[in-house]
Design a protein around this ligand. Structure first.
Ligand code: NAD
Ligand code: UDP
Length: 308
């Protein structure tokens, strides 16, 4: 197949490019390089089955493809809050542009949604049936509500125009090719530990997250796109739940770093807990994560050792 990936030069997008090319497909990657980089796809630029186009998804695009994966959107809080209006535009107009193209081509189209649609969840762990607890006017809203609106658009195009959609809700994912200054917790802690800088825990560190290794996540994407039993939304994430203090201790142990832990103020609307209910992924995709946190952290630390 010929497959379009928006945001293909980012952390997850570049791994998806690798996977789809390895599976024998042709890949067109469009990206405005806001948080992604050519370095993430440098090893693909001479591959005759791969094309990179610098383009912003808020402007329409036309390519003749069989499938579309829509990943374009900054994902780390400092990056998506840098220009919040642009973040909402990217999610909403990017979704409309992907869906319009998919409608004309009758192509299957995938939306990278997020566990942020659950906000600061009052239900734990989070099943897809939970509608969430999202502040519509806070600093995270540009991302959370942008992604919620994108889901709405996907389901309206599905109901109104019979567009062949798939929607995944991604829980915190980490691995090689995260940007060292990305601002997300796993990359921050590893880079700080490797540089001997203080590990910055926001708040008391008792908030929890569930961390999925990138290879597991990409396998879930491909399985969701390959099957016809559900259009989603389907949670993909690792149900192992850790406090940020536990994560910091694991990173310090695995890097053998002498960095000290310091506490910084908790950002507003920071969810207190997060853990995916993956019953639907197990049922429809026969998918479960395989890489435990310590193993994934070791691979990610090895990557960052070459970068910092
Ligand atoms: P990332 O920031 O590395 O990748 C996003 C990519 O989109 C970058 O290459 C960036 O340059 C590109 N982009 C941003 N705005 C664009 C625009 N207007 N036009 C074209 N390209 C644009 O982040 P990531 O972790 O790889 O996230 C990929 C997708 O997965 C995002 O949609 C994100 O919301 C979603 N997601 C990721 C996680 C995670 O833990 N990594 C969790 C939930 C959801
Ligand atoms: N966090 C932290 N120190 C950091 C970066 C993040 O303690 O240097 C915390 C953050 O407050 C949140 C958790 O780690 O509670 C996950 O943050 P991240 O930005 O990675 O993802 P998200 O909040 O979007 O899940």
């Amino acid at each position: 197949m010929r497959i379009l990936i928006t945001g293909g030069a980012g952390f997850l997008g570049s791994h998806l490019c690798d996977r789809l090319l390895a599976d024998g497909h042709e890949v067109i990657c469009i990206d405005n390089l806001f948080t992604g980089s050519k370095a993430n796809i440098a090893h693909l630029l001479n591959n005759t089955h791969f094309e990179f186009v610098r383009h912003d998804v808020i402007d329409p695009f036309k390519y003749e493809v069989d499938q579309i994966y829509n990943l374009a959107c900054p994902a780390s809080p400092p990056h998506y809050q840098y220009n919040p209006i642009k973040t909402t535009k990217t999610s909403v107009m990017g979704a409309i542009n992907c869906l319009g193209l998919a409608k004309r081509l009758k192509a299957r189209v995938f939306q990278a949604s997020t566990s942020e649609v659950y906000g600061d969840p009052a239900v734990h762990p989070q099943p897809e049936s939970y509608w969430g607890n999202v502040n519509p006017i806070g600093k995270r809203s540009c991302y959370d509500e942008g992604k919620r609106c994108a889901e709405t658009l996907f389901f309206d195009y599905y109901r109104e125009n019979k567009v062949d959609i798939r929607v995944v809700r991604i829980f915190n994912t980490y691995g090689p090719r995260m940007h060292p200054n990305d601002g997300r917790v796993v990359s921050n802690f590893i880079v700080q530990a490797l540089k001997g800088e203080s590990i910055t825990i926001f708040g008391d560190g008792q908030q929890t997250r569930s961390f999925c290794y990138v290879d597991d996540l990409i396998e879930g994407f491909v399985r969701l796109m390959a099957q016809t039993e559900t259009v989603g939304p389907v949670n993909i994430g690792n149900p192992g739940e850790f406090t940020m203090l536990e994560l910091a201790e694991n990173v310090l142990r695995l890097t053998k770093s002498k960095s000290k832990i310091v506490h910084k103020p908790l950002p507003s609307d920071d969810p207190r807990q997060r853990k995916p209910d993956i019953t639907l992924a197990q049922k429809y995709l026969k998918w479960e994560p395989k890489v435990p946190l310590n193993e994934g952290l070791k691979k990610t630390i090895a990557y960052f050792k070459t970068k910092v």
